[in-house]
Design a protein around this ligand. Structure first.
Ligand code: ZN
Length: 466
């Protein structure tokens, strides 16, 4: 009996012991989870990219993960809502389409003074001469963990109410600078009345307060979105102390990209790796970090809408001797939109690229490869398509991407990839590793043209340089 009792007690003790150990690990795990979560706050370590293609529509969604629950929830809410609206329309199609419907959702973000600025933009095409546009912005203060309106940055309401005169001044300055605008006084005045809605798309930057007015808010559709920057010298007396900025203007630096001696590639087989839909800080950097290993330069066809948020990596790509071409501003299907919008898609991207690199691009790759003589005439750039399609956006698998490149590589080929996917970058690097041992050199489109004694013109469409 006594022995039995002792055994029972031992069993009980063991169970309690095991339970305590389990509890200990659960507590440690929870603390680690909390701690770890705090550490990654605000770090942009991943993005979500979705592409869907059916017979009736294409859908492209790109948005970052912020690792801040309330922010990610808001972004997800926006994405789900817009997507549902579009799919609801698509589901009702019971007639023959003249052009595929299209849905483009792009979320960009920037951070300044602990404020995360997020701009969510949707363009959807369901017929007609242009896309429908929707804009929504969020501003999150990482310190106070609160969402902010523009007025929250100002000392008080009285100070915020002075924003319209400042906005007016800088809008009219744009008008003077460029003849492309044709602002109407009443329209502008109505769109800049100080309230949260009129000023929902803003970003505090090094240079000042940037405000975006979507089409129709202060000007016609043809004038497109209007962006102004109010410098801190005009703002500081109205802003709360913690949001005041430096009034010094940055000196302009002249950028000199790396230029290489092409003579050593004259006897080599040549490949032009091209990357669309970026720039994207994390994955584009990963590519740039590894190109030197293979003495490789590549070509990026970038989206104007992504340049502000990823300008540093784009400048780096340019300075390291890679070529920057245009992939238009918003990735719209140029076959279905009116000429004014086509021109805006092209010109705004050229301006953005020049802002970062100091020079206009020479190349364009229209989204989906959709080009014709009208689009060529409007762009006045050389049109570069591809003859090796890796289908990297579909496979999302580095080995498969590498395999596709190995299967089709030939002297003079232009290879299509997307540097927004880690798998595409890794697949390209794997292929470069193998191909460099087979006597291939990796060059930009312009380097390829020079080496093949071809003068790039604006009429031809370049699929390769055979
Ligand atoms: Zn694309």
């Amino acid at each position: 009996m006594t022995v039995n009792y002792k055994r029972k007690l031992n069993k009980k003790k063991i169970i309690i012991f095991i339970m305590s150990i389990l509890l200990f690990f659960i507590v440690i795990g929870f603390i680690y989870f909390l701690f770890n979560k705090d550490e990654v706050i605000g770090v942009l370590d991943s993005e979500v990219h979705t592409i869907e293609e059916t017979d009736t529509y294409t859908l492209k969604i790109d948005y970052p993960i912020f690792h801040i629950k309330e922010v990610d929830n808001k972004v997800k809410e926006y994405v789900d809502k817009r997507k549902k609206e579009f799919i609801d329309v698509v589901d009702k199609i019971d007639y023959e389409l003249t052009a595929k419907y299209d849905f483009l959702l792009n979320v960009t973000s920037s951070e300044y003074n602990d404020i995360i600025n997020i701009h969510m933009n949707t363009l959807s095409y369901t017929g007609g001469a242009h896309y429908m546009r929707d804009d929504e912005s969020i501003h999150y203060n990482k310190k106070t963990k609160q969402f902010m309106n523009l007025s929250d940055f100002f000392i008080d309401t009285e100070a915020f109410n002075k924003i319209d005169d400042l906005a007016y001044h800088y809008i009219m300055k744009l008008n003077l600078k460029s003849e492309k605008y044709n602002f109407s006084e009443i329209w502008v005045r109505r769109g800049i009345i100080p309230n949260a809605l009129n000023y929902s798309h803003f970003t505090f930057k090094k240079e000042g307060l940037e405000i975006l007015f979507p089409p129709y808010q202060i000007a016609s559709w043809a004038d497109g979105e209007i962006k102004i920057t109010i410098p801190y010298s005009d703002l500081n007396e109205l802003l709360k102390d913690e949001y005041k900025g430096s009034e010094k203007e940055d000196e302009k630096v002249v950028l000199v990209p790396e230029i290489r001696d092409l003579s050593k590639y004259e006897d080599k087989k040549l490949l032009a790796f091209t990357f669309d839909d970026g720039p994207n800080t994390s994955t584009t950097s990963l590519l740039l970090d590894n190109l030197d290993k293979y003495d490789a330069k590549v070509t990026f066809f970038v989206l104007g809408s992504r340049i502000d948020a990823h300008s540093e990596v784009l400048q780096r790509a340019y300075l390291e001797g890679n070529q920057i071409g245009s992939h238009t501003y918003n990735h719209q299907n140029l076959f279905v939109i009116d000429n004014t919008t086509i021109l805006k898609e092209i010109n705004d991207t050229n301006e953005k690229i020049k802002e970062v690199t100091g020079e206009y691009p020479k190349l364009i790759r229209p989204p989906y490869g959709n080009t014709n003589s009208k689009i060529k005439a409007l762009s006045s750039l050389s049109t570069v398509l591809w003859d090796v399609d890796t289908l990297d956006w579909k496979s999302r698998n580095a080995e498969k991407v590498c395999e596709e490149i190995m299967k089709s590589a030939h002297d003079g080929a232009i290879i299509l990839l997307h540097d927004i996917y880690e798998s595409s970058v890794n697949g390209a690097l794997m292929a470069m590793d193998k191909l460099s041992k087979e006597g291939y050199a990796f060059v930009t489109i312009s380097e390829m043209a020079t080496l093949k004694n071809r003068e790039l013109n604006n009429e031809e469409t370049y699929y390769n340089f055979k």
